[in-house]
Design a protein around this ligand. Structure first.
Ligand SMILES: [Zn+2]
Ligand SMILES: [Zn+2]
Length: 124
């Protein structure tokens, strides 16, 4: 069981399963969207994701035609993204998780954009 929320608390969610993996993404879209060095995501099944509150506070942004980035319109916290051609999978933004176990990242995408000072052991 995973629970999480945005910064202001307007959006709260629950995921009725365990996270199977976590992924770091260093691509420029993730950096710009998160305002951070990388995105930290986990693909989850939409059917087990439940919005507890804040449905009307969620805003979708399509930077590319196929991919929605969904965030809290009050505080800007990114909550998840999804692809139109994969509507049953959400990519949860793991920085918003407040309860539950997040697996250490096993996958790092777009490492060519990874700053040299970041050392992440994803071998274990
Ligand atoms: Zn918020
Ligand atoms: Zn990315």
């Amino acid at each position: 069981m995973i629970q999480g929320q945005c910064l202001c608390g307007a959006v709260k969610y629950r995921y009725a399963a365990e996270l199977e993996q976590s992924i770091l993404c260093f691509c420029q879209h993730c950096r710009l969207a998160q305002g951070a060095l990388f995105g930290w995501n986990s693909p989850i099944g939409k059917s087990k994701f439940q919005l507890l509150q804040g449905e009307t506070d969620l805003q979708e942004y399509f930077h590319t035609e196929n991919k929605a980035r969904v965030f809290c319109r009050k505080c800007g916290s990114p909550i998840y993204s999804y692809r139109k051609d994969l509507p049953n999978v959400l990519r949860l933004r793991l920085g918003t998780v407040t309860q539950g176990v997040i697996p250490a990242p096993k996958e790092q995408a777009y490492q060519e954009y990874k700053p040299e000072f970041i050392c992440i052991d994803s071998s274990s």
